[in-house]
Design a binder for this molecule. Structure first.
Ligand code: SAM
Length: 296
């Protein structure tokens, strides 16, 4: 089966290249709000965010922290709303997101990104489904937000629980997807009993890319191939079209090629193109690949 793959260098807050209801599945991982490595990206998506960081330095107001956090999520929500438009009825959206811990305005705290995204997606019209917790190999526990317990590790009460899980949030647009009786595409896409038992549980132990990939790939915070493969096989059939509105290094397109789905990926950072090409070319069947840049 020949599949088609499109990489579009453009902002996914608007996806005019895609008709309404043309997508069967979205698999993505956006920049994480309140994680330092993504601050510049959010300020580019909405310059008001940079102004708010400056305001916080001057006024130290808690309200300003809230405004920054809200503005970051509103920048992502524009893509969630556009995804809702392009998804077909019964289509599934999978969003990999981590919560953030950070000392802001002199206070160490949690920014529960997963709950904000659920709120925004529900406001966009999505139905929330049971989500997956991706348990990563544990990092060191925190003491007063500083990384390790140091010498006071056994004394209550000022240590924090480590964030060692990320979320894979799952949503559906509209009603259950229906197929004609005995549709061969559905049967050809079946998974095994062992796969079903392993994949449809709430906690996934999958090794992160940090352990397995290059430094350039780490810059995009790429998720592992295994996560994408599972989600594509769980929530789409061969010949479907998968969207990644935050493509990064191209992991989702690679997974779509491998699993005989079509794909469309959006990415704003053109400097990632060599990395995307390299990753996709690992799959020899990537013959129908187009890369375009939207001219504004
Ligand atoms: C967390 S990374 C995605 C990593 C990806 N899952 C992978 O495996 O490589 C998020 C990506 O989204 C891109 N991005 C951020 N905002 C965007 C937007 N509005 N439209 C398109 N791409 C965006 C960033 O440049 C970054 O490469």
């Amino acid at each position: 089966m020949q599949t088609q793959h499109k990489v579009i260098l453009a902002n996914s807050q608007q996806m005019p290249e895609i008709a309404d209801s043309a997508i069967h599945l979205m698999v993505t991982s956006p920049p994480y709000p309140m994680i330092k490595m993504w601050d510049t990206q959010f300020a580019t998506l909405n310059p008001q965010i940079a102004t708010l960081w400056q305001k916080l330095e001057a006024d130290s107001e808690e309200e300003t922290v809230t405004q920054i956090y809200n503005a970051m999520h509103e920048a992502l929500a524009r893509t969630w709303r556009e995804t809702y438009r392009v998804l077909a009825d019964g289509g599934i959206a999978c969003i990999n997101i981590g919560d953030a811990t950070r000392t802001v305005n002199g206070k160490f705290r949690l920014f529960p990104n997963h709950s904000r995204i659920i709120e925004h997606c529900e406001k966009s019209g999505f139905t929330t489904l049971p989500y997956i917790l991706w348990k990563k190999p544990t990092t060191k526990p925190k003491y007063k937000g500083k990384g390790a317990f140091l010498g006071s590790g056994f004394l209550p009460p000022n240590a924090y629980v480590t964030l060692d899980c990320e979320f894979i949030l799952l949503f559906r647009k509209g009603k259950l997807r229906r197929f004609p009786p005995n549709d061969p595409r559905r049967y050809e896409s079946a998974f095994t009993k062992q796969q079903r038992d392993e994949w449809f549980t709430q906690i996934w132990n999958v090794i992160g890319t940090r352990q397995t990939t290059s430094q350039l790939e780490r810059r995009t915070a790429a998720y592992p191939d295994e996560i994408v493969d599972r989600l594509i096989r769980m929530f789409s059939v061969k010949g479907d079209t998968v969207l990644d509105p935050f493509l990064g290094s191209g992991t989702t397109v690679k997974g779509a090629i491998k699993n005989k789905r079509n794909s469309i990926g959006y990415e704003t950072d053109e400097t990632l193109l060599p990395l995307i090409r390299k990753k996709i070319n690992l799959e020899p069947s990537a013959c129908n690949l187009s890369i375009t840049k939207r001219e504004n």
